[in-house]
Design a binder for this molecule. Structure first.
Ligand SMILES: Cc1ncc(COP(=O)(O)O)c(C=O)c1O
Length: 413
């Protein structure tokens, strides 16, 4: 049986009721919401409003209409960044950001439209809120921070950063891609103006789902414009939420699955899920710390972490180890830069990156133990450089050289 430990990319499997709901949506009420007065369309519309309400409950949002549904976290982050920024603005962000924050900001900066300050992190991958305070200027419109790093698993102190940003009059954008559904988030307590999240990671929904909470202080211009099914007489995108930022036929199928996964999460509670995932993470970290060639990155305190563990094995390339885990043990992990090159520069693992192990809600302790045993075996494999050396010796007639097949996997960057 395969062991899936790549939940930071997308969660697998989903709760069984998600699969059931996808099927019944397609068979029973697969109409376009808000565009018809017949029963199927009304059911689809109700489904979307329920998803909004469940998300509002999850993040303690007062007005569910301020939860805009998107296709993934990238979509939500682009909507927030490009919708909020104006020429001449200053933005503060961190070196840890995923490319879905870094690239839109880099492009605007290269065009000369904005100025960006990237605050660094501690050796453990943590941002100091005081550094953000020190970087704010009169022109700072946006502070964008990744809540949980998908590259090294550090959890940023957003409850301390938010009030600083609010006090200085800027907008606080939190990328909750690794925390929505896995770490409790209260938008008002953390002074969050914009919360971007995927539906397909720890929210346990299908791909093609996500969202952006837009607080009342944030004035965003629309990122995409088009049909809303309501206010069709207006020549421009309506100002009313959520239509101001939602256009086109939504991914109702995906949202049908997301509604079920949100009910599942609310039933168990995010606190419980966090405790469960941290106990898996702790078991993994304890096992890794006992392995001689293993180097683990990120915070030493468990409470400063999400369930993302990045490591390297001295003397082996991450992609080689990933290939070995998959081929020899059927274990799925991610290797490389994880779309966050700045994070790897910060911890010294650029450009090879790391081996990333990300347990999820359905991971078992037996799977963690299997992965630990497989990593121990991987550490005993000769590196490709060593094998090449041995093959050369073998060609030259020196005996005892390793003659196994090359251990390689396409590099994921
Ligand atoms: C921290 C972070 N931000 C943004 C994203 C982009 O998410 P999506 O794939 O939903 O667009 C990811 C995905 O891995 C992520 O980990």
């Amino acid at each position: 049986m395969m062991v899936y430990l790549d939940n930071a990319a997308t969660s697998f499997p989903k709760p069984p009721r998600v699969y059931e709901q996808l099927r019944s949506y397609l068979e029973e009420y697969g109409a376009c919401p808000g565009r018809g007065s017949y029963e199927m369309a009304r059911q689809a519309e109700a489904l979307i409003e329920q998803v909004r309400q469940l998300l509002a409950e999850l993040f303690s949002v007062g007005d569910p209409r301020r939860v805009v549904l998107t296709l993934n976290a990238t979509d939500a982050l682009n909507m927030a960044i490009k919708g909020a920024l104006r020429p001449g603005d200053h933005v503060i962000t961190t070196v840890l950001e995923h490319n879905s924050v870094a690239r839109p900001l880099n492009r605007l900066e290269r065009k000369g439209l904005i100025r960006v300050t990237r605050v660094g992190v501690s050796r453990e991958g943590l941002v100091d809120p005081e550094e953000i305070r020190g970087a704010v200027t009169d022109r700072t419109r946006l502070v964008a921070v990744v809540h949980g790093s998908n590259a090294i698993g550090s959890l940023q102190p957003i409850a301390a950063i938010g009030p600083i940003v609010r006090q200085r009059g800027a907008l606080f954008l939190v990328d909750a891609s690794q925390t929505a559904g896995a770490v409790p988030i209260h938008v008002d307590e953390c002074c969050i103006d914009l919360l971007a999240f995927p539906g397909h990671k720890a929210l346990l929904g299908p791909p093609g789902t996500g969202g952006l909470y837009v607080g009342p202080r944030a004035k965003l211009s629309p990122w995409r414009e088009g049909g809303t099914g309501v206010f069709s007489e207006l020549p421009l995108q309506p100002d009313e939420f959520p239509y101001a930022l939602e256009a086109g036929s939504p991914n109702t199928l995906g949202l049908a699955g997301l509604r079920e996964s949100l009910r599942f999460i609310l039933q168990y509670g995010v606190e419980w899920i966090r405790t469960h995932e941290l106990s898996l993470t702790e078991r993994l970290l304890d096992g890794l710390r006992r392995q001689e060639r293993c180097r683990v990155y990120g915070p030493s305190a468990l409470e400063d972490r999400v369930a993302v563990v990045s490591l390297t094995l001295d003397g082996s390339r991450p992609d080689e180890v990933g290939g070995f885990l998959h081929r020899a043990h059927g274990i799925a992990v991610r290797t490389g830069l994880h779309c966050a090159p700045g994070a790897h520069r910060a911890i010294g693992t650029f450009p090879e990156g790391t081996i990333r192990i990300s347990p999820g809600y359905f991971t078992t302790t037996a799977e963690i133990d299997r992965c630990l045993a497989a990593l121990e075996e991987a550490a005993q494999q000769p590196s490709s450089e060593k094998r090449e050396e041995e093959r050369t010796l073998e060609r030259q007639g020196v005996t005892g050289a390793f003659a196994g097949p090359p251990c390689d996997q396409g590099r994921s960057r």
